[in-house]
Design a binder for this molecule. Structure first.
Ligand SMILES: Cc1cc2nc3c(=O)[nH]c(=O)nc-3n(C[C@H](O)[C@H](O)[C@H](O)COP(=O)(O)OP(=O)(O)OC[C@H]3O[C@@H](n4cnc5c(N)ncnc54)[C@H](O)[C@@H]3O)c2cc1C
Length: 400
């Protein structure tokens, strides 16, 4: 692979920057406090702006109405959006469900759901994990029993991000208990307004509400809402989880942390010295710069393999290495930022409802940084835990 700067990619970066300068409304910029999803009132107008520019589905091929960008262009787009502080898109719909619909849905299902994804008018959440079925997802027990032209769903999901704000959920259910566990799973789309669904909040250490428990009590779901055949759920899930290894490290966020660290380096300590004058601080900054460069190179490598459609076990293992290394670096950098704030650390933990009227010294630098640090404790769990990733690496690269 070639590490020289790709000039066409730099031209593309300029195009994205130009678009963001022209089209990102000031009122929507810089509002995302932690690295999760923007609220509807910010996400929906931004999605409309993207769609009007033909960028409503930046991660999909042109044949499916997407931009047709390659994986490196998609990374540049994400990086520039993070740097400009845009609202997020509905990443569950864009990166997980959308490709599944494009590959497996019927024309009727596509006509029903795809326009809403492009226009940001229907929000999704992901109902996979259950108590006792996270890493071992195939053991899931939420049951769907056929009754005429509907399934009756009973069971519980957990860690359902944004379920309390979602319109629909894509759900894994067990439709057959007699066969091998993977073969008895089906993939359903469920309207969250269906009677029998209860969402209970899980409040997390980052001070925000994004996680939930989701209960299904005799929920009737039309059979027409099943994606693929009955029992195809595991095949579809493997397809869904295989997408976009190159984004696992969240390089745009790491680069944002580096910018914040550089900004902090110019701040003065109690004796009026810039933090960068402290040898321990400077050494740590240098180490982060080196770690970040290593991650950026690994991202390029994984992206090149994705571009070449290399689905080998070794390519998969590289994606896992990136996930482990990238998320560990997220945790180290975000912790370092909060530690470097010293006495201003408490300011960095902003209560969710605090408005600008509460501004304190260092507020614009520190605000939300501790929330982000606490949120990132979860990064080595979501998207596949570090232990599970290490298992994949051990098997694929070392035949252990
Ligand atoms: C912030 C956040 C958001 C999430 N959002 C969603 C969502 O929107 N929808 C959804 O469905 N799920 C979501 N999840 C759930 C997530 O996918 C699971 O937490 C994850 O898969 C781990 O499953 P678990 O929590 O059941 O832990 P377990 O699988 O029970 O793991 C417990 C411990 O055992 C270790 N372990 C398990 N298996 C192995 C193994 N084979 N080898 C070595 N060690 C092992 C794990 O690494 C971990 O340390 C989210 C989680 C978090 C933290």
């Amino acid at each position: 692979m070639d590490f020289q700067p790709d000039l066409s990619l730099e031209a593309f970066r300029e195009q994205v920057r130009g678009f963001l300068r022209a089209k990102l409304p000031a009122g929507l910029a810089g509002r995302l406090r932690i690295g999760t999803r923007s609220p509807r009132e910010e996400l929906a107008p931004w999605q409309r702006i993207l769609n009007e520019n033909g960028w409503g589905a930046p991660y999909w091929p042109e044949a499916h109405g997407g931009t047709g960008w390659n994986v490196l262009q998609r990374l540049v787009f994400d990086e520039e959006c993070t740097a400009a502080g845009t609202p997020t898109q509905d990443t569950g719909a864009q990166k997980l469900l959308g490709p599944v619909l494009n590959a497996f849905a019927t024309p009727e299902q596509k006509a029903e759901h795809l326009p809403h994804i492009f226009n940001g008018t229907r929000f999704w959440c992901q109902g996979f994990s259950e108590p006792g079925s996270g890493s071992d997802l195939a053991s899931l027990r939420t049951q769907a029993v056929r009754d005429g032209d509907a399934y009756v769903v009973n069971g519980q999901k957990i860690w359902t991000s944004h379920a309390h704000r979602a319109d629909w959920i894509f759900l894994l259910v067990r439709t057959d208990t007699e066969v091998k566990k993977q073969a008895g799973i089906s993939f359903l789309l469920v309207d969250m307004k269906t009677p029998g669904i209860t969402v209970r909040p899980i409040h997390t250490i980052d001070g925000c509400h994004h996680l939930n428990e989701t209960f299904f009590d005799n929920v009737r779901v039309p059979v027409a809402n099943r994606i693929g055949a009955e029992g195809d759920g595991w095949k579809i899930t493997k397809f869904l989880l295989n997408n976009e290894h190159a984004t696992a490290a969240d390089l745009p966020m790491l680069r944002k942390y580096m910018r914040q660290i550089r900004m902090l380096a110019q701040q003065r300590d109690g004796e009026g010295r810039a933090l960068i004058a402290c040898p321990q601080f400077a050494q740590q900054v240098a180490r982060f710069e080196a770690d970040l460069s290593a991650i950026a190179m690994l991202v390029q490598r994984v992206a090149a393999l994705e571009q070449a459609q290399d689905h080998s076990a070794a390519a998969h293992a590289l994606g896992s290495i990136l996930k482990v290394r990238g998320t560990e670096l997220q945790q180290r950098m975000s912790s370092f930022i909060v530690e470097s704030l010293g006495d201003f650390g408490p300011v960095a933990f902003a209560p969710p409802e605090a408005d600008a009227g509460d501004a304190l010294p260092m507020e614009d630098i520190a605000r939300g940084l501790a929330n982000e640090m606490f949120f990132r404790r979860a990064s080595t769990i979501y998207g596949g835990t570090s232990e599970v990733q290490r298992g994949i690496i051990a098997r694929a690269l070392f035949q252990l």
